[in-house]
Design a protein around this ligand. Sequence first.
Ligand code: NAD
Length: 472
Amino acid sequence: MSQKNYSFFGAVEKSFDKAARFTNWDKGILEQIKACNAVYQMRFPVKRDDGSIEVIEAYRVQHSHHKTPCKGGIRFAAEVNQDEVMALAALMTYKCAIVNVPFGGAKGGIKINPKKYSTYELEKITRRYTAELIKKNFIGPGTDVPAPDYGTGEREMAWILDTYIAMHPGEIDGAGCVTGKPVTQGGVRGRREATGLGVFFGLREVCNMPDIMKKLGLPVGVEGKKIIIQGLGNVGYHTAKFFENAGAKVIAIAEYEGAIWNENGLKVDEVIQHRKETGSILNFPGANNFNKNTDALEMECDILVPAALENVIDEHNAPNIKAKIIGEAANGPLTPEADEILNKKGVLVVPDMYLNAGGVTVSYFEWLKNLSHVRYGRMEKRFTENLNNHILGQIEKLTGKRVGDKEREFILHGPEEVDLVYSGLEETMITATHEVMNMWKSNPEIPDMRTAAYVVAINKVGTTYAELGIFP
Ligand code: NAD
């Protein structure tokens, strides 16, 4: 990881400016799109289990109010700082615009290493953070809706929900104040794996484009592709799993403690099990250990998926990258210098701001579910099954032939919530991939896919400002 004092928000602004040249928006509108609308920096005390008092540093940034509510995850990490949260909030605005999710971007961060706190301490910190957000109207189903990010998950979202509901008794849409909740608390089926599945859908679509694959010297399709994953957390694990299920080979995995490889493919669930039992992915049976975990990034492969943190590929290691495609599952894994080096080398960088939008897309579905107070599929599942049964019966009667059992099961199956969520996500990612690719192909001057994605986002946010006007 880059050691120099680096502005992540500066890097986002740099990418924005690079893309803004390919749009026709007024300078003032571009400045407004780029600026962070509200930054809330807070400090609050927490009593540790040993009785000592610690002051916690935390943030919530609302990058854009062009659409409300604002939306973005909450990160628990020792490296959290205002610049990082601002950058991540900005990426959320552009991400939502590209995948047509009608939210402004936001992000939250608490500067702690969650591994160093007990569950009770983490609960106190999360609840106090939520109370601070409530005090300033920085959370609510119509204002700002957090979600999980690095270091947080369903458990933290349940604490946030409970704190919000306790302080807003009777608010009928209260469950929509946060997404990524457990299903039993108003969460939606499919949210847990959504970001990884979205990364898979996006990369699969790219791999199915014959012209792009020809340029990279790769065969069309996902099957047989060699994948390397950095970070086996929520996003990395599910991305790896969906690639494995589709017949790709996960040949290397890098985690905090080290990295492993096996040319024939690693069984992802077995690696997870091994890590649970031994506390490390290292020494996985049949696999080799790398000397350093970052060595895995430089190994020969078709698709490299960084799914840990930002700035892991910089000007020092970028020249050594041998992947043909980089799928940015993490936010900001490449520095602008690395981006330039890799583009020059002909590596296709599929950018974070749309590739990892699966999480926010399914969060949007969860929020809609909370506002409608009904589970997806509840109204139509049985109706669809009855209708399909009737149609199939008629076909069999008219043809005198009977459909096989497996096909019958598939045809008769009415949609469950998870089926609808997956299909909504698949549609979103396929549409976004084509929109970004078409923008890239439409103008030979646009140098890379990231710039094309920014152009798409800027045009959508710009349209909202231009059509709604600027409040006097
Ligand atoms: P997570 O905490 O579940 O997992 C991150 C994993 O990366 C952990 O297992 C950690 O040990 C590992 N890791 C950390 N540093 C590493 C290093 N130097 N080398 C190798 N592994 C390392 O977090 P997550 O939710 O999967 O988020 C990962 C990235 O994806 C972040 O950039 C986040 O912003 C982005 N993202 C997450 C979501 C989501 O829905 N969770 C959505 C969009 C984007």
